[in-house]
Design a protein around this ligand. Structure first.
Ligand SMILES: [Zn+2]
Length: 318
C-alpha cells in the first residue's frame, strides 16, 4: 500500500506522467523537485506503477505489488549514492528490460557528488529506448545543469490544508487523536513529511504555544527570567525552540509580504508585534543563537542573550 495514494494521485506531477503514459509519449527522464521527501518517494513509486502496470497503476496486481515491495525485476535503484553504486546502476541501463520498460530511480540525486552525477549523462544525452529515469531532488542547485536540461522537471508543491484535512478525516481509525492531527495539519505547511513528523511528536503543539506566548509577551527585561523559565531549556530543548522560532519568523515574513500561507493560524497573534524589519533582525538573531549552540555555548546563556537582543529589536522596530 502506498501511503497517501489518494493525495498523490491528484498532484500535478502525477497527472503529467499519467497523461504522457496515456498518450504513449513517455519522457526518458522525469525529475521531481521539492522538499517534501515523503511525497516525492510516494510519487516515484506511483509513477513506476503507472508506467509498468497493464491496468494503468492499479495498486493491486502482481506488478504493482512487486514495485511497492521493491523487488520488481525492471525497477532499479543504486545500492548507494557513491561512485561505485552509481556506476553499477548506470550499467543496468544497457541491459534489455524483461517487460516493456525499465525504470531507473534515484530518489536523492542532490546527494550524489557532481562528479559522480556525470556518470548518468551519457544515458540521458543518448536516451536508451524503453528506459525511464525517475529522479528526485530537494536542492536543485546541487544537480548538474546538463541533467536538469535533459529532464522533464515536475515541482512537488505543498498540499492544501483542505486536501490534508479531508485525507485524515477519512482515516479516523488509523489516526484516532483528532486534536493532534488537526494541529499537525495546521502546522505542516502542506508538507507530508512534516505532517508525519508532527503527528508522532505529541509535545510539538504545546511547545509551539509556549514559544509563541514568549515571543508575544516578552516586552521588558524584567520578563526575561520568567520567560526563560516558561521555555525551560534545561532539558536540551533549545535547538528545537530555535527551529520553531525560525519557522515562525519565516511564516510571519510571508504573511507580512502578502504571500498566502495555508494554515499556521496560531502565529497571527504575532502579526502586530513584529513588523518586517523586526522579523529580518529576529531571523539573524536566531541564526546567531544556533551558531553559538553548535559551538557548545551554555544553553541558558544563549537563550538569555537572544531574549535581550530580541527585546531591543522589538523596541527599535516599533
Ligand atoms: Zn497494477
Amino acid at each position: 500500500m502506498i501511503k497517501y495514494r489518494s493525495l498523490l494521485e491528484i498532484t500535478k506531477p502525477y497527472k503529467v506522467v499519467a497523461a504522457d503514459v496515456a498518450e504513449g509519449k513517455i519522457n526518458h527522464c522525469y525529475m521531481l523537485t521539492g522538499d517534501d521527501k515523503v511525497a516525492i518517494d510516494g510519487l516515484i513509486t506511483l509513477m513506476s506503477e503507472k508506467i509498468l502496470c497493464d491496468k494503468g497503476g492499479c495498486g493491486e496486481c502482481v506488478t504493482c505489488m512487486k514495485i511497492e515491495d521493491g523487488n520488481h525485476e525492471d525497477v532499479f535503484e543504486p545500492k548507494n549514492l557513491k561512485a561505485e553504486g552509481i556506476r553499477e546502476f548506470v550499467e543496468q541501463v544497457y541491459i534489455k528490460p524483461n517487460g516493456k520498460y525499465k525504470i531507473m530511480i534515484i530518489r536523492e540525486l542532490d546527494k550524489v557528488d557532481a562528479k559522480v552525477q556525470n556518470f548518468l549523462l551519457k544515458s540521458l544525452e543518448d536516451p536508451v529506448d524503453n528506459v525511464v529515469f525517475l529522479l528526485g531532488a530537494e536542492k536543485q542547485t546541487a544537480v548538474l545543469e546538463t541533467i536538469k536540461s535533459r529532464s522533464k522537471k515536475l515541482a512537488v508543491l505543498p498540499f492544501s490544508r483542505y486536501a490534508l484535512e479531508d485525507y485524515f478525516a477519512k482515516r479516523t481509525q488509523e489516526y484516532p487523536n483528532r486534536a493532534l492531527v488537526k494541529e499537525s495539519v495546521d502546522c505542516c505547511l502542506g508538507s507530508l513529511t512534516r505532517c508525519e513528523e508532527l503527528i508522532k511528536d505529541e509535545e510539538y503543539a504545546s511547545d509551539l504555544t509556549n514559544v509563541i506566548f514568549v515571543l508575544k509577551d516578552m516586552t521588558s527585561t524584567k520578563d526575561n527570567l520568567r520567560m526563560q523559565q516558561r521555555l525551560g531549556v534545561a532539558d536540551g530543548k533549545l535547538a528545537r525552540y530555535l527551529d520553531m522560532m525560525q519557522l515562525i519568523a519565516g511564516v510571519l515574513l510571508k504573511k507580512a509580504a502578502g504571500i498566502r500561507v495555508d494554515g499556521f493560524e496560531k502565529v497571527n497573534c504575532l502579526k502586530d508585534v513584529f513588523n518586517i524589519p523586526a522579523l529580518v533582525n529576529f531571523n539573524s538573531l536566531i541564526i546567531e543563537a544556533k551558531r553559538k549552540l553548535e559551538s557548545n555555548c551554555k544553553e541558558s546563556y544563549v537563550l538569555d542573550n537572544l531574549f535581550i537582543k530580541l527585546m531591543e529589536v522589538k523596541y527599535l522596530c516599533r
